[in-house]
Design a protein around this ligand. Structure first.
Ligand SMILES: Nc1ncnc2c1ncn2[C@@H]1O[C@H](COP(=O)(O)OP(=O)(O)OP(=O)(O)O)[C@@H](O)[C@H]1O
Length: 253
């Protein structure tokens, strides 16, 4: 059974087709890089797959649970949204303990896990500081930890390295790879293509609500253009150009 499975998944907002008949079949234990220009429908897809918004048409399961059954999904799914909800008045540790309670993680285990994760992200010294006093990067680290705290079998990450310094960004990349190697499925949406190149087993490119390409990163970079050293960025720009010809213009400036 695929970890993420969708059939003709569609979301419309009035006249706007945010997602059009998406068919996905993503196996367990892989990092799936989900790319697309602004407004392509990536956030919409993640909100559908985490049960936060209902589909207009089509269906899907995540870890075997229907995406329309939010209660069942909750145990299996973690989500780091673009703007994570955090309580300004709570300390980092309080925020995570609160989430652990919501997720029914036994208290002693939760405390140990929270301390270990805070320390992995160099946040141990700030565990008792209010989130209102945290920097953007510190908030992002807490938000990432809260998404994976209950060891979900599928985790959705929207720009997980946003606002992070190079060391923290590397820690997240290593964590993402480690999660997948331990059998977790990671659905990773980011505009930072080198991150995808570093960790993704498979890549899907969404354009105007449609999945226009899907393959492993090497196959994708081999399939587009004629140059030997194509990067994922070259492929992305070529596939998502309004006018493909513009990508072949060579300037001598
Ligand atoms: N709640 C909403 N109501 C109306 N239209 C929406 C809503 N949410 C998204 N849309 C529209 O759906 C389309 C897809 O938006 P979405 O936020 O999923 O894109 P995205 O790929 O995540 O973009 P970005 O990279 O900029 O975050 C856009 O045209 C957007 O305007």
């Amino acid at each position: 059974m695929a970890a993420i499975d969708t059939t003709a998944l569609t979301k419309r907002y009035g006249e706007t087709v945010a997602l059009s008949a998406l068919d996905l079949s993503i196996p367990s234990g892989v990092v799936y890089g989900f790319l697309g220009p602004n407004g392509a429908g990536k956030t919409t897809t993640m909100r559908l797959l985490t049960g936060l918004t209902p589909p207009t048409q089509g269906s899907g399961t995540v870890a075997g649970a229907s995406i329309t059954d939010r209660d069942e999904l909750r145990a299996y799914v973690g989500y780091l949204p673009e703007e994570p909800p955090l309580y300004e008045e709570a300390t980092g540790e309080e925020q995570l303990a609160y989430i652990a309670g919501l997720r029914d993680i036994p208290e002693t285990y939760a405390r140990e896990r929270i301390h270990a994760l805070l320390s992995d992200f160099d946040l141990a010294a700030d565990a008792d500081t209010r989130i209102a006093e945290y920097s953007k990067g510190m908030r992002q680290k807490v938000a990432y930890i809260q998404a994976i705290l209950h060891e979900p079998s599928v985790v959705f990450l929207d720009e997980p390295t946003s606002g992070l310094d190079p060391r923290a960004a590397r820690t997240i990349r290593e964590k993402i790879r480690g999660l997948a190697d331990d059998g977790t499925t990671v659905f990773l949406s980011t505009h930072i293509l080198p991150v995808v190149e570093a960790v993704a087993d498979s890549v899907g490119i969404l354009y105007d609500g449609e999945l226009i390409a899907e393959d492993d990163p090497d196959a994708l970079t081999d399939s587009v253009g004629t140059e030997d050293s194509q990067t994922l960025e070259d492929v992305f720009l070529e596939l998502t150009a309004d006018d493909p010809a513009e990508e072949t213009v060579v300037t001598d400036g």
